[in-house]
Design a protein around this ligand. Structure first.
Ligand SMILES: Cc1cc2nc3c(=O)[nH]c(=O)nc-3n(C[C@H](O)[C@H](O)[C@H](O)COP(=O)(O)OP(=O)(O)OC[C@H]3O[C@@H](n4cnc5c(N)ncnc54)[C@H](O)[C@@H]3O)c2cc1C
Length: 435
């Protein structure tokens, strides 16, 4: 049988799923190459939506894509499983055995051979080894974690509502550690939940009973973004009665308490870690060069510096940027652009062509304060200068990043239909997911 070039993409997230969709449509469909996606989960939800899933302002199932169904439609194969190893000499990856929720082995360890391997396995939160963080914090790295947060939050609201009815202490302190975009947006989402839930029967609670705080070690929130944005975001959080604590790192997290470096103890019944990211630790054990944060070291072409048959992109790769000593930032925007470049490279590669260097275009940063407002800066394409935007215009640009992702996965017609259906279901359903 004729050997077809086999491209294996590990990780069907913001970047990986866009890449396999395009490869499947262009190469898989015509039989020019065999395309396989490996993912540890059965479904895809775009990661920047996870804080909305956690707070309940978005129903994940309406935004979930089943990999098997998507693979069939877009001419690639799907393998469920978690990659754990790599044999570069033999061009094989190792997939760990798959167990069901009761611990029964469903599929044993497997090996998949590749001609070209693409790693797009994303990142996880980085707790920087803070004592107690793993035991007492919630994380928002995956859909199951976002759903767990949502259930815990609903139960906490229910419990406090009961206490309030009985005349007991019923304040619910919630602390978010890390005031980057994720932490700030989550704070606004939680404030929305605290305002909406009393409407749905938990009427012994008032929004002020839910005390939301964000903690940032740097001296301002959103430290990676321009100062003007930090200022606007701080004002917005304060308007929403969110406490903002800056200028001191967290030293330890205990059950119901966050301990600051100076020893101050902050009561916290739900603590969410949203400070910093790192690539998964198992990447650092593979036989390819990685950085201290476990990111695969790649050239500007997204090709591993160790092995020309291995590519990596998105959050799990450290890709240099010309004229800067910082790698491409770990953002959905970057993963989307890299998927585009890598698609061109992999197509050329089949004909023996050279890989295309990746150049990151920062289109700006937008921070969405749930249904309240959106603020941000947009980069002028020609001038390279940034422009401050807020309100409806900013909201439109914010939403467009997700629409671009949907467009890459479904094409323009289905994206327009999904958009229309979203509007209808928003009008028909409660503003919060209540289960
Ligand atoms: C709450 C939140 C809000 C965010 N908001 C924004 C935003 O507004 N704008 C923005 O630009 N960025 C945002 N980001 C960052 C953005 O989500 C990431 O930069 C982006 O998702 C990275 O894409 P990726 O393809 O590298 O990885 P991911 O999208 O994380 O996908 C990784 C995939 O790999 C799979 N995987 C992991 N390990 C394995 C394994 N061992 N084997 C097989 N599969 C595996 C996972 O199941 C997942 O499907 C946000 C992040 C979070 C958490």
């Amino acid at each position: 049988m004729e050997h077809k070039h086999h491209i294996v993409v590990v990780g069907g997230g913001a970047g990986g799923l866009e890449l396999v969709t395009r490869l499947g449509n262009r190469l898989g469909r015509k039989g020019k190459a065999r395309i396989t996606l490996v993912d540890a989960g059965l479904t895809h939800v775009w990661k920047p939506l996870l804080h909305e899933v956690a707070s309940g302002s978005l129903d994940a199932s309406a935004n979930e894509i089943n990999y098997r169904a998507h693979a069939r439609k877009h001419h690639y194969e799907f393998q469920l499983g978690r990659m754990t190893g790599l044999d570069r000499q033999d061009h094989r990856i190792v997939i760990a055995p798959f167990h069901d929720s009761e611990g029964n082995e469903v599929v044993p360890e497997r090996h998949i051979r590749y001609d070209t391997l693409v790693l797009a396995v994303g990142s996880t939160a980085n707790d920087f080894g803070t004592p107690g963080a793993q035991d007492h914090c919630l994380f928002l790295d995956s859909l199951p974690q976002a759903r767990r947060f949502h259930n815990l939050m609903l139960n906490a609201f229910l419990r406090k509502n009961h206490y309030a009815k009985e005349g007991h202490d019923h304040q619910l302190p919630i602390t978010i550690i890390g005031a980057g975009a994720t932490g700030v947006e989550l704070a606004a989402e939680l404030r929305l939940a605290s305002r909406e839930l009393p409407v749905y029967g938990m009427n012994h609670l008032s929004p002020g009973d839910i005390r939301v705080s964000v903690i940032e070690a740097a001296d301002r929130i959103l430290p990676a973004l321009p100062a003007r944005l930090s200022l606007a975001a701080t004002r917005e959080l304060q308007n929403q009665d969110v406490q903002v604590l800056t200028g001191q790192p967290v030293a330890e997290v205990r059950k119901n308490v966050v301990v600051m470096k100076d020893g101050t103890e902050i009561p916290s019944e739900m603590t969410i870690w949203a400070a910093g990211i790192k690539a998964p630790e198992w990447l650092g054990r593979l036989d390819v060069e990685t950085t201290r944060g476990n990111q695969v070291a790649v050239k500007q072409t997204l090709q591993s510096v160790t092995d020309p048959d291995i590519f990596a992109f998105g959050d799990c790769a450290a890709c240099p940027q010309p004229g800067s000593d910082r790698p491409v930032p770990p953002r959905a925007q970057a993963a989307h652009q890299q998927a585009d470049t890598l698609f061109k490279t992999l197509r050329h590669r089949l004909d023996g062509g050279e890989p295309v260097p990746f150049v990151y275009h920062d289109h700006g940063s937008l921070i969405n304060f749930s249904r309240y407002t959106t603020v941000g800066n947009l980069m002028g394409n020609l001038s390279g200068r940034s422009m401050y935007v807020e309100g409806k215009v900013a909201r439109l640009f914010y939403a467009s990043l997700y629409r671009m992702h949907q467009n890459a996965l479904h094409g323009p017609v289905r994206t327009a239909i999904i958009w229309a259906m979203d509007r209808v279901s928003r009008a028909m359903q409660p503003r919060l997911k209540l289960h």
